[in-house]
Design a protein around this ligand. Structure first.
Ligand code: SF4
Ligand code: SF4
Length: 335
C-alpha cells in the first residue's frame, strides 16, 4: 500500500481513501460490514457529507468505536452560519465523535473567505477554535473556484475531480496544491463510472504523489476489488500509457463528466446520467440501463423546454440539450 501526506495538515494517510457517497444505497448491515472491512484492510481516510442522507449515520455505527484509527472528513452545504452550526452538530452526533478531522464547504459557488460578508469562513475558524474540527477544507467542481481556494492559503484540503481523463489544466491544480502545501483529495477517480479499469485508474493516480483518491464503495465485492487493486502492484508506465491512450481515444470529444453543475433542470431531467447514457451502454452492462426506471428517466428528455440553463452552466462547454437528444436517440435503438 502507498502512503500520502495531506499537505500542511501533516497527516499521513493510506494513499487510497474511502468515498462514502454510494453507501447511501447500501443497507445498514452491508454498510457496516464494508466500513469495518475497509478499515481492517488499511484504508484510513473516510469522506462523507451531510448531504449523503444516512452515510454519516452508517459510519458512526460501524467504526466510531475505532475513532483514533482513521481520518474523518465530512462536508456542509450550509449557506448561512446558523445552518453551518446546525449541520456541524448533526454530523458530530451521527458520526458519534467529538471532532471532525477535515470539515469541508461542499461545492459552494464561490470561495468563502474572511470578511466576505457571509460569515461562513469565520464559522469554520470558530469551529476549529472550539476543537470541533481540526482542518478546513473545500470541495468544488469548478476549476476557477478550486484554484482560488488553493491560492488563498485559507484551506488545508481541496477536493476536486481528477482522473486520467482530466485536462492538463486540471492536473495542474494538483501541482499548485503541492506548491501551496494544500492536501488534495480526488473525487470521481473513475469519472463517475465511465472508467472501468480500477487498477489502471489507481496506477495513474499513484503518479500524483500528493493526491488521495476517494473510491466510492457500495457493495462488498467492490471493496474486494479495491483492496486487490490497492495492495497490487502499479502497472508499468509504458503499458499504462497504451491502455490510457486507447480509453482516451474512445472517450475523446464531448462527453459529460457527471459533475451535476448544470442542475437543476426545470424539466426534471437527470442530466448527469442521461447525457452520458450512450457511453454507459457501451462501457458497462446494457441491461443495467434499460430498466423501466431508466427508460422513464430518459423519456424526460422529451420534456426539455430549451431554457439553456444546462448549457450556460456546463464548465466543459457542452451543448447539453443537443447531447441529451443524441443520447436519447441512441438509447431508443437499444429498446
Ligand atoms: S435546456 Fe432542457 S435539459 Fe437543459 S436545463 Fe433547460 S430544460 Fe433542462
Ligand atoms: S452536462 Fe456539463 S455540467 Fe452537466 S453534468 Fe455533464 S459535464 Fe457536468
Amino acid at each position: 500500500m502507498l502512503e500520502a501526506k495531506l499537505g500542511r495538515t501533516g497527516l499521513f494517510v493510506n494513499k487510497d481513501g474511502f468515498g462514502a457517497l454510494p453507501l447511501q444505497r447500501a443497507d445498514m448491515r452491508t454498510a457496516v460490514a464494508i466500513l469495518q472491512r475497509a478499515l481492517d484492510s488499511g484504508i484510513d481516510y473516510f469522506d462523507t457529507a451531510r448531504a449523503y442522507t444516512d452515510s454519516e449515520e452508517k459510519i458512526g455505527k460501524a467504526i466510531a468505536y475505532r475513532r483514533s484509527s482513521f481520518i474523518l472528513a465530512t462536508k456542509t452545504g450550509a449557506k448561512t452560519p446558523d445552518a453551518f452550526w446546525k449541520d456541524l452538530e448533526t454530523s458530530l452526533t451521527l458520526l458519534k465523535t467529538d471532532h471532525i478531522d477535515v470539515y469541508q464547504f461542499h461545492n459552494p459557488d464561490y470561495c468563502p473567505k474572511p470578511d466576505d460578508g457571509t460569515g461562513m469562513y469565520e464559522a469554520m475558524l470558530e469551529a476549529r477554535q472550539q476543537g470541533k474540527i481540526r482542518f478546513i477544507g473545500i470541495t468544488n467542481h469548478r476549476r476557477h473556484i478550486a484554484k482560488e481556494a488553493a491560492e488563498s492559503e485559507l484551506y488545508d484540503i481541496l477536493q476536486y475531480p481528477i482522473n486520467y481523463l482530466s485536462t492538463p489544466e486540471e492536473v495542474e491544480l494538483t501541482q499548485l496544491c503541492m506548491q501551496k502545501n494544500v492536501g488534495f483529495i480526488a473525487m470521481k477517480a473513475l469519472s463517475g463510472g465511465l472508467l472501468t479499469d480500477l487498477a489502471l485508474s489507481r496506477s495513474w493516480l499513484a503518479m500524483l504523489v500528493n493526491v488521495v483518491p476517494i473510491w466510492g464503495i457500495q457493495r462488498e465485492n467492490e471493496l474486494t476489488g479495491l483492496v486487490k487493486a490497492i495492495t497490487g502492484s502499479i502497472i508499468p508506465e509504458e503499458e499504462m500509457k497504451k491502455r490510457i491512450e486507447k480509453d482516451r481515444a474512445e472517450l475523446s470529444g464531448e462527453f459529460c463528466r457527471a459533475c451535476g453543475y448544470c442542475l437543476p433542470c426545470p424539466a426534471g431531467i437527470e442530466i448527469f446520467s442521461c447525457a452520458r447514457m450512450s457511453l454507459m451502454l457501451r462501457r458497462s452492462v446494457p441491461a443495467l440501463w434499460l430498466t423501466p426506471e431508466w427508460q422513464e428517466k430518459m423519456s424526460k428528455i422529451n420534456n426539455c423546454i430549451g431554457c439553456g440553463h444546462c448549457k450556460a452552466h456546463c464548465p466543459y462547454g457542452l451543448d447539453t440539450p443537443n447531447l441529451l437528444k443524441k443520447n436519447y436517440e441512441g438509447y431508443k435503438t437499444f429498446l
